[in-house]
Design a binder for this molecule. Structure first.
Ligand code: AMP
Length: 123
């Protein structure tokens, strides 16, 4: 790993370790889920691997269990929130062009209302 891609912990690691408060909905040995601090829809939950993996581009085969768990936990939380019948959107942003702000992989679970078109159309 080059110097300019140093792995530095983010606020999410502190939330996972419960050193910082969050509205945590779920935690197991692989992943943690907590409500986004700036919800864009009635349900806006972040599902993160407990291990600090900065971006999707840093995922390896060793992370497959955690990546899969993120999906099964998304499904569980969608059911707990009562949004599964109408559906929801899962988003993972990656690096600059993906507009990723926090360099610790996180899956956004968004629902409880129509999320709108997939992306704004470019001119
Ligand atoms: P992204 O742009 O995909 O990196 O999304 C980062 C998300 O983290 C944003 O939706 C923020 O609102 C959310 N966020 C930042 N800090 C916190 C925090 N302390 N607790 C919960 N969500 C946070």
């Amino acid at each position: 790993m080059s110097e300019d891609r140093k792995i530095e912990e983010t606020i999410f690691s502190k939330i996972i370790r419960k050193e910082l408060p969050s509205d945590m909905l779920y935690q197991d040995e692989l992943v943690t889920a907590f409500r986004d601090i700036t919800p864009r829809l009635p349900t806006h939950v972040l599902i993160v691997p407990n291990r600090h993996i900065p971006t999707v581009d840093d995922v390896t085969a060793d992370d497959e269990a955690a990546m899969g768990r993120m999906l099964t936990v998304a499904r569980k939380i969608a059911r707990d929130e009562g949004i599964e019948a109408n559906g929801y959107r899962l988003i993972i942003n990656c690096r600059e062009h993906g507009r990723q702000e926090v360099p610790h992989i996180h899956m956004h679970l968004l629902g409880g209302a129509d999320v709108g078109p997939m992306l704004a159309k470019r001119d």
